[in-house]
Design a protein around this ligand. Structure first.
Ligand SMILES: [Zn+2]
Length: 345
């Protein structure tokens, strides 16, 4: 019995190897492992065998069946590969497959629109790594040694650098501002540049806050920069992005790297200034903190504060996108939910 099964196996393998096309292969498949194949017949008659024989024959037939199935699949692939694409029947009357179009994410779109607006005002676009250090994120920017933003509850510090300091203590950048000193150290002044990117904060998410979000910062450094020229620039940028005049107001703000600092609020476009959960029910939303660059930051960048001055604006990209589309929950933009994002193609 075992001998004849071995013969079945050898003959079967040879048969598969000699097959010329897919139709013939199907016939061979039925012949070798179909219901009326020799193997099936052997299996059906197994009950007439002794226990030991039944076991051996069972193992052998299963093994042969597996070998056949594998060889048949291999052969099928080989035959399909050999076949010219043009040999297969083509029905030209069938409708084509529609390729779904991709689109830029609304935040990316906003970033590009801002890039265009700033480039038209003579700015350069600069980018930096997501991983920064205590030196660039805090030391250079006039953050006091005990400033709460340095604590791990606000900043994601990288494991393995806890006992280090300055440039060796690494973190995910909690803001973009560190990039400004890096740029100034490399390129010197005068300078006007923007540096968009993702920033990371260790905080609880809600309708207006995310752990990772996008910011867009701009810095001008020059001699005799006036405060009013900064305000004109902010108005120009907002008008270019929203296509109309936007009401803004300015409040005092405090940031270690500015002196003085300010907050620019714009009228909430989600509710039209009536009050909603996005604007905390007061009709205004904070979109652009900024201020005059602090003398200590200029010193970090090897620039003389007697000679140079400048100012920052930091644009909350997520906030501007919420304003542009009147969407009241920032988390929707980060959800990667295509049903939502498709609305903004
Ligand atoms: Zn509102």
């Amino acid at each position: 019995m075992e001998e004849s099964l071995k013969q079945v196996k050898e003959e079967g393998i040879e048969k598969i190897a000699n097959t010329k096309d897919l139709e013939e292969l199907e016939v061979v498949r039925k012949d070798l492992i179909g219901k009326k194949s020799k193997l099936s017949e052997v299996m059906q008659n197994m009950r007439n065998l002794s226990n030991d024989e039944r076991k051996n024959v069972g193992i052998l037939t299963t093994e042969i069946k597996n070998v056949f199935a594998e060889k048949l699949d291999e052969k099928a692939k080989e035959l399909i590969d050999q076949k010219s694409v043009l040999d297969r029947p083509i029905d030209l009357s069938l409708p084509g497959k529609k390729v779904s179009e991709g689109a830029l994410h609304p935040i990316t779109q906003m970033k590009y629109d801002l890039n265009d607006a700033f480039l038209s005002l003579g700015f350069e676009v600069y980018s930096e790594d997501d991983i920064s250090s205590e030196k660039y994120a805090f030391d250079n920017l006039n953050f006091a040694k005990d400033h709460p933003a340095r604590q791990s509850m606000d900043t994601y510090w990288l494991e393995g650098t806890e006992d280090k300091e300055g440039a060796e203590r690494l973190c995910l950048r909690p803001h973009l501002t560190g990039g400004s000193v890096r740029y100034l150290l490399k390129h010197g002044a005068p300078a006007r540049f923007v540096y968009p990117g993702a920033v990371f904060r260790n905080e609880t998410t809600d309708a207006r806050h995310e752990r990772a979000f996008y910011q867009y910062e701009a810095l001008i450094v020059d001699k005799n920069i006036s405060f009013s020229s900064g305000m004109v620039m902010i108005q120009t940028i907002l008008e270019k992005v929203f296509g109309r005049k936007i009401n803004t107001r300015m409040r005092e703000g405090f940031f270690p790297f500015t002196e003085p600092g300010y907050e620019i609020d714009m009228e909430c476009l989600v509710c039209g200034g009536k009050g909603c959960k996005v604007c905390n029910h007061n009709g205004w939303i904070e979109v652009m903190p900024g201020g005059v660059i602090h003398p200590n930051v200029l010193r970090s960048a090897n620039l003389d504060p007697e000679e140079w001055t400048g100012f920052y604006i930091n644009i909350g990209l997520d906030r501007l996108v919420m304003m542009r589309y009147g969407v009241d929950d920032v988390r929707l933009f980060h959800s990667a939910d295509l049903r939502f994002l498709k609305e903004y193609k």
